[in-house]
Write a protein that binds this ligand. Structure first.
Ligand code: P1T
Length: 383
C-alpha cells in the first residue's frame, strides 16, 4: 500500500515524479498544443493539450495529493472550475448555496446558470436548518464557501454533509479562503473541493487558475469530460507556476496565520474600529467550529471602522501604503479591498447588505511581510 504523505511532504512531493526524459526535478513547461503520433492513436498518452498536458497533469496530481483526494482537475480560473461543477446539472435542478460568497460566483449562478433553468437558494449556513427548510426533490447540489468571502462566516461542513447524504445531494466546498493547509473538506464529507488557485495555492499574485478535486471515479470521469468538452483549461506556464507555489504553501500559510492573528487582534482593540471579522477571535460567532474544522484561522479578515460610511472606508483603503488596494487575495503581499465597490459589486445592494457586506466594510488579505510594518501602515491609514 502507498504510504500517505504528511501535508508538508505532500506539498513538495505529492503525485510528483522526476521527468522521464532527462530527470528534471521540476516538470518541464511542455509548451505544446499537440503530440506526434506514429499511427492514428499511436501516442505516448498525450494527443492534444486541451485534453491532457504533462505539466498540467503534474499540477493536477499535486492538487489531488494536497487535498487528500484521488483526482485533480485544473482550469483556466476559479470561476471556470465552478462553471464545470454547475454543468453537472440539468434545467429544473436546484442548488442551495451560502448567501455570503464571492461576488463572481453569485454572478455566475444568477446571471448565467439561472438563465439555463437552474434555481438557486442562498441561505445563511451557520444554522443548517436553513438548508433543510429549502431542500426539495429538485435539489441536486449544496454549494458551500467557508470561510465566506468577505464576511468570514465558517460553515460546519460535517453538519452540511449529513444533510447532503440524507437527501443524496452533491456537496461542493469552495476551499479558497482556507487552502488545504488549514482545512481538507473531504475529511468532513465533501464530494467536490474547489479552489481559486489564483489565491493561496498559487500564492504570488502572478496567475489565474482554478481547481477541482474529487474522489468518486464516476464524478471524476464526468468532470474530465466537461473539462475537455468545454475547454476552459489552464496553460502549461500557469500550471508550472501553480505547482511551484504549492511547494511553499505550508510555509506561507503558517506565516499568513501568524500575521493574520496579529493584525486581527490589533484592529479588535483599536478604539476607532467597530467590528472585526476573523474566525480566530473568541467573539466570532463560529469560532468553535473554526477551531475544530480548521488547523488555524488564516490571513483573511474584514473590519468596519466606527461610525464609518462609504467615503470613510474608501479614504482608509486609499491611505494605505504597504497594503495594496486591489482585487484578489492570498498572495505573499498584503492587499486591501472594498467589497461593496470591488469584489462584491455584482451583488445587488439589498442582497449584499443582508449578508453584512455594508458600504463601510474593508477586507484585508494579510501577507507575509513583517507584521510591525503592517500594523504601522494600518495605524497611519486609520488615523
Ligand atoms: O478569480 P478566479 O480564479 O476565477 O476565482 C473566483 C473565486 C472563487 N471563489 C472564491 C472564494 C474567490 O474568492 C474567488 C475570487 N475572488 C477574488 C478575486 C476576490 O478578490 O475576492
Amino acid at each position: 500500500m502507498k504510504k500517505k504523505l504528511r501535508f508538508n511532504t505532500a506539498a513538495i512531493h505529492g503525485g510528483q515524479s522526476h521527468d522521464p526524459a532527462y530527470g528534471a526535478v521540476m516538470p518541464p513547461i511542455y509548451q505544446t498544443s499537440t503530440y506526434a503520433q506514429t499511427t492514428p492513436g499511436g501516442h505516448k498518452g498525450f494527443e492534444y493539450s486541451r485534453t491532457h498536458n504533462p505539466t498540467r497533469q503534474a499540477l493536477e496530481k499535486s492538487l489531488a495529493s494536497i487535498e487528500n483526494g484521488k483526482y485533480g482537475l485544473a482550469f483556466s480560473s476559479g470561476l471556470a472550475a465552478i462553471d464545470a461543477v454547475l454543468k453537472l446539472l440539468e434545467p429544473g435542478d436546484e442548488v442551495i448555496s451560502t448567501n455570503d460568497l464571492y461576488g463572481g460566483s453569485y454572478r455566475l449562478f444568477t446571471k448565467i446558470f439561472q438563465g439555463f433553468g437552474i434555481k438557486f437558494h442562498f441561505v445563511g449556513m451557520s444554522d443548517v436548518n436553513e438548508i433543510t427548510n429549502v431542500v426539495n426533490k429538485k435539489t441536486k447540489l449544496i454549494w458551500v464557501e467557508t470561510p465566506t468571502n468577505p464576511m468570514m462566516n465558517v460553515v460546519d461542513i460535517m453538519a452540511v454533509s449529513t444533510i447532503a447524504k440524507k437527501y443524496k445531494l452533491l456537496l461542493a466546498v469552495d476551499n479558497t479562503f482556507a487552502s488545504p493547509y488549514l482545512q481538507q473538506p473531504f475529511d468532513f464529507g465533501a464530494d467536490i473541493v474547489m479552489h481559486s488557485a489564483t489565491k493561496y495555492i498559487g500564492g504570488h499574485s502572478d496567475l489565474v487558475l482554478g481547481a477541482l478535486i474529487v474522489n468518486d471515479d464516476k464524478l471524476a470521469e464526468r468532470l474530465f469530460f466537461i473539462q475537455n468538452a468545454s475547454g476552459a483549461v489552464c496553460g502549461p506556464m500557469d500550471s508550472f507556476l501553480t505547482l511551484r507555489g504549492i511547494k511553499t504553501l505550508h510555509v506561507r500559510m503558517k506565516r499568513h496565520c501568524e500575521n493574520g492573528k496579529i493584525v486581527a487582534e490589533y484592529l479588535n482593540k483599536h478604539p476607532k474600529i467597530e467590528k472585526v471579522y476573523w474566525p480566530g477571535l473568541e467573539s466570532h460567532p463560529n469560532h468553535l467550529i473554526a477551531k475544530t474544522q480548521m488547523r488555524d484561522f488564516g490571513g483573511m479578515l474584514s473590519f468596519i471602522p466606527k461610525g464609518a460610511d462609504f467615503d470613510v472606508a474608501i479614504k482608509i483603503v486609499e491611505n494605505l501604503k504597504l497594503f495594496t488596494l486591489a482585487e484578489s487575495l492570498g498572495g505573499v503581499e498584503s492587499l486591501a479591498g472594498h467589497p461593496a465597490s470591488m469584489t462584491h459589486a455584482s451583488i445587488p445592494k439589498k442582497e449584499r447588505v443582508k449578508s453584512g457586506v455594508v458600504d463601510s466594510l474593508i477586507r484585508l488579505s494579510v501577507g507575509i511581510e513583517d507584521s510591525q510594518d503592517l500594523i504601522e501602515d494600518l495605524e497611519q491609514a486609520i488615523g
